[in-house]
Design a protein around this ligand. Sequence first.
Ligand SMILES: Cc1cc2nc3c(=O)[nH]c(=O)nc-3n(C[C@H](O)[C@H](O)[C@H](O)COP(=O)(O)O)c2cc1C
Length: 318
Amino acid sequence: MFSENRPALFLAPLAGITDSAFRQTCKEYGADYTVSEMISAKGLYYRDKKTGNLLRFEECERPIGIQVFGSEPDIVAFAVREITEKNKPDFIDINMGCPMPKIVNNGDGSALLKNPKQIFAVVSAARKATSLPLSVKIRKGFYENEETAPENAKVIESAGADFITVHGRTREQMYSGLSDAETIRKTKQAVSIPVIANGDVFSADDAGALLQKTDCDGVMVARGALGNPFIFEEIKSLFEKKPYTPPSGRQRLDAALRHIRLSCEKKGEKIAIPEARKHMAWYIKGMRGASKAKTRIFTAKTLSELEEIIAEFATNLQ
Ligand SMILES: Cc1cc2nc3c(=O)[nH]c(=O)nc-3n(C[C@H](O)[C@H](O)[C@H](O)COP(=O)(O)O)c2cc1C
């Protein structure tokens, strides 16, 4: 799956954010791989309609991974088998990092980090259910100051996964503090399958520094891509030693509008516009007049209202 020539560049899975329209936008700007929002194995098993909608992707999003969460081996295996047969993504990822209480209290997501036996059971069951590349996304550990990632990675490798992504924060840290590159480096050292480094990449320099510190096979960008799909072009230019010119304000706004229009085509304005407000606010963050425009963006109900606000905002840029 990975090229020998340069590190792989992933858009991270982000629940409520990395839908088809955003994935396509990030691909357009150079992401090598994208991953779906996390999908409940149980939701698939019980034929939840919302869960089914999250599985849709377009051919132009390939190579794409679908991320599943769950802790019951049989149910995870069911979901992995069904996704392999029906959706045919390029790889399947298992979420062992989600810190949200409603997920953790069910024994899913990062709760698995406390239980290597269960990790083995879940990954082995998933392995038997698919011949697609299989990856697992983990955190540094569960409790504050804990570092189980290298040991858990060994378990994951022995259960047959093809690669691992490590976010260098513990569950207790949620998204606070800094991601620990040293843990990611130790995890890479502990296994022979590829390891992707994740955490705090907000620029090409961050990506370069993280790869240098960890010696990993790729980087995964999450919050750094919010309102900034251009980050992939920036990082790719660094990898390929090519000059990079950041987009102008107008180019940013054009990209934002393309993203939002695509989302409206896919979901309809009633669903897409409330979701688009946060994206728009991220795209214009730091630009002149952004806070005033933001207030209006958060009241927009239709695509044409949003377009009007952005057109007016764009006149400030000259
Ligand atoms: C709003 C939000 C939603 C997220 N959803 C997911 C998810 O569905 N699956 C997952 O594995 N990680 C999820 N994450 C974690 C990110 O993929 C990533 O591991 C984390 O944000 C650290 O990377 P960053 O420092 O580049 O943001 C989410 C993070 C945020 C902030």
